[in-house]
Design a protein around this ligand. Structure first.
Ligand SMILES: Cc1ncc(COP(=O)(O)O)c(C=O)c1O
Length: 482
C-alpha cells in the first residue's frame, strides 16, 4: 500500500496539477537539488531572510517552466470551472479585490451605467473607477436586526427599467453579515434586460457543496462570480477564484480584464493552494460542509442561550455564518474581541454591537467548542446594561452622488476641516474596515449624517480605512471651481 505523503495528508495531488507541481518542486528544493538562476531572489535558501520565504514557489519558472506553466494552470482552472459549472475560470493571487476589478473591467466601457449594490466592498468601487463605469446604486433591504439583507429583485428590476442603457448588474451575495437575496430572481431580471449578473461572493466559496447550503451564484444563474478561496476554504491568503459563464460575457475580454491588473509573477504557492482547495471541495466538500453546518448550528444554539445575546438566523441567512449580536448583553464588542485575541482567537469583525467569527470547513468540534466557551465567558465578563444597537455606518449609507466615481477620483481636490467638508463632494473613499463598505465614495456628498456616523465609529475604537486623515479631522474634497 502506498504511504500517505504527510505533506498532502488527504492525497489530493492526483486531482490537483498545481498542487502536484508544488509538492515536486519543494521536495527538490528541500533535497538541495535546485540551484535556480531565476527569481524569486531568495533562491529557495534561508540563510538571509530565514524561514519567512519557505515554501514560496513562483508559478512561472517554479511550478513549471516559464514557457509551459500555462498548461498546468489552464488544467487546474478548467477543473475549477467544471466544479462550479462555469466555462471560464481564473485563479487570482490578489484576492477577490482583484477579481471584482477584473469583472468590472470585463463589462461595458467608460461612461456606461451599471446597476450596483451600494453595500459593495471598496474593491468593487475602485473597479468602477478603473473601468469608468457609472453606478446606478441599489440599496439592500434591512434585516430586522438592523443589518443589511439582500437586495430585492424588484429594486433591481426597477433600476434596469429606468436605466435601459445599463450594461450589467453587480451584487454582493451573501453580504458581509451572511444575509442572502434571491439570486435566481436577479439572474432572471438581468437576463430579461439582456445584461449579465455578476456576484461578489467573496465569503461564499463553500456554497453549493451541500444540500443544506444555498446554491452558489453560478448555479443560481449568475454570469460572473468572484470568491476568495482564502476566506471560506483552506487556501493561502490572497487566493481567489473568478468564474464566469460566457455568453453575455466574452471570454477573451474576461482574460484581458483579468490580466490587466494581475501580477506578472503569480505566487505558485497561492495558486497551488487554490487548486488543492478545489480538489478537496470536489471530493470531500459535502462531508466537510456537513460538519461545518453542524458546528455552526451548535454554536448558534449555545450563543442564543446567553441572556441578552442573539444570533442572526433563519431564512435569508447563510447557515454557516455566525453573527453574534451583543447589544442586549451590554457587553462592548471591542472588549469581548480583546479577550478573544488574548486567548489566541482573533475574530473577523467586532464593533460595539456585533462579533463575527469565521467558521470554516477547517474547524473541528474541539476548536468551535473552545471558541464558543471563551466567547460566552468574555460576554459574561463584560456584561452591562442592555442598550439599543447602533448599526455600523457601513450599513446605513444613503448615497448622494454628485459625480461618478472615476470623475471624482481624478478631479482636483483640496483638504478641508471636517465641519467645512459637510456639503462638499468627497474626493476620497472612506470605509470603516471591516467590513470595507465605503461610507463615503469619491463623488458623493459628505453629509452631516455620514460624518457623525464615521466619527461615532472612530470614537468607539473602529478602524477608519483609506481616508487620507484616519482621525477624521480633515477630508479631501473636490475643489469648488474645478
Ligand atoms: C464582500 C467582499 N468582497 C471582496 C473582498 C476582498 O477580498 P480579498 O481580501 O480576497 O481581496 C472582501 C474582503 O473582505 C469582501 O468582504
Amino acid at each position: 500500500m502506498e504511504m500517505a505523503d504527510p505533506r498532502d495528508p488527504r492525497g489530493l495531488r492526483s486531482d490537483a496539477p498545481l498542487l502536484d507541481a508544488w509538492l515536486r518542486f519543494t521536495a527538490q528544493a528541500e533535497a538541495g537539488l535546485l540551484n535556480p538562476m531565476a527569481v524569486p531572489g531568495h533562491k529557495q535558501r534561508q540563510e538571509l531572510t530565514g524561514a519567512v520565504t519557505a515554501g514560496d514557489v513562483p508559478l512561472y519558472g517554479g511550478l513549471d517552466s516559464i514557457k509551459h506553466a500555462d498548461v498546468p494552470l489552464g488544467d487546474a482552472e478548467g477543473r475549477a470551472a467544471r466544479l462550479w459549472g462555469a466555462d471560464w475560470c481564473r485563479f487570482s493571487v490578489a484576492g477577490s479585490t482583484h477579481g471584482n476589478q477584473a469583472l468590472a473591467l470585463a463589462v461595458g466601457s467608460p461612461g456606461r451605467e451599471v446597476i450596483v449594490t451600494r453595500c459593495l466592498h471598496r474593491s468593487l468601487l475602485l473597479g468602477l473607477v478603473l473601468a469608468g463605469l457609472r453606478p446606478v446604486w441599489v440599496l439592500p433591504e434591512r434585516h430586522p436586526s438592523g443589518l443589511p439583507g439582500g437586495v430585492a429583485v424588484g429594486t433591481v428590476r426597477d433600476a434596469l427599467a429606468s436605466h435601459p442603457g445599463a450594461c450589467a448588474v453587480f451584487l454582493g451575495d451573501p453580504s458581509y453579515v451572511g444575509t442572502t437575496g434571491d439570486l435566481a430572481g436577479h439572474a432572471q431580471a438581468a437576463h430579461e434586460a439582456g445584461v449579465p449578473l455578476i456576484v461578489d461572493a467573496a465569503w461564499a466559496a463553500h456554497l453549493g457543496f451541500h444540500p443544506g447550503l444555498p446554491p452558489h451564484a453560478i448555479a443560481a444563474g449568475a454570469d460572473g462570480m468572484v470568491t476568495s478561496a482564502h476566506k471560506a476554504l483552506p487556501a493561502y491568503t490572497q487566493g481567489a477564484l473568478v468564474l464566469a459563464r460566457t455568453g453575455l460575457l466574452d471570454p477573451a475580454r474576461l482574460d484581458r480584464a483579468f490580466e490587466a491588473t494581475h501580477t506578472t509573477s503569480p505566487a505558485g504557492t497561492i495558486a497551488a493552494s487554490i487548486d488543492a482547495a478545489r480538489a478537496l471541495l470536489a471530493r470531500d466538500g459535502a462531508a466537510l460542509c456537513a460538519r461545518l453546518l453542524r458546528l455552526t448550528a451548535v454554536a448558534r444554539q449555545r450563543l442564543a442561550a446567553v441572556p441578552g445575546a442573539a444570533v442572526l438566523d433563519g431564512p435569508g441567512v447563510e447557515p454557516t455564518k455566525l453573527v453574534v449580536l451583543l447589544a442586549g448583553t451590554g457587553a462592548h464588542g471591542h472588549a469581548v474581541e480583546a479577550d478573544l485575541i488574548a486567548a489566541g482567537m482573533p475574530v473577523e469583525m467586532a464593533d460595539r454591537d456585533t462579533i463575527i467569527p469565521i467558521l470554516t470547513i477547517a474547524d473541528d468540534e474541539a476548536a468551535v467548542d473552545r471558541f464558543t466557551g471563551v466567547l460566552v465567558a468574555a460576554i459574561e465578563r463584560h456584561r452591562g446594561a442592555p442598550r439599543r444597537p447602533v448599526p455600523s455606518p457601513a450599513w446605513t449609507v444613503t448615497p448622494q452622488m454628485a459625480l461618478p466615481p472615476r470623475e471624482a477620483f481624478f478631479a482636483p481636490n483640496e483638504t478641508v476641516g471636517a465641519d467645512a467638508a459637510v456639503g462638499r463632494v468627497s474626493a476620497e473613499l472612506v470605509a470603516p474596515y471591516p467590513p470595507g463598505v465605503p461610507v463615503l465614495a469619491p463623488g458623493e456628498i459628505i453629509t452631516a449624517e455620514a460624518l457623525a456616523a464615521l466619527r461615532a465609529a472612530h470614537a468607539e475604537g473602529g478602524r477608519i480605512a483609506y481616508a487620507a486623515d484616519p482621525t477624521l479631522a480633515t477630508f479631501q474634497v473636490i475643489t469648488a471651481d474645478r
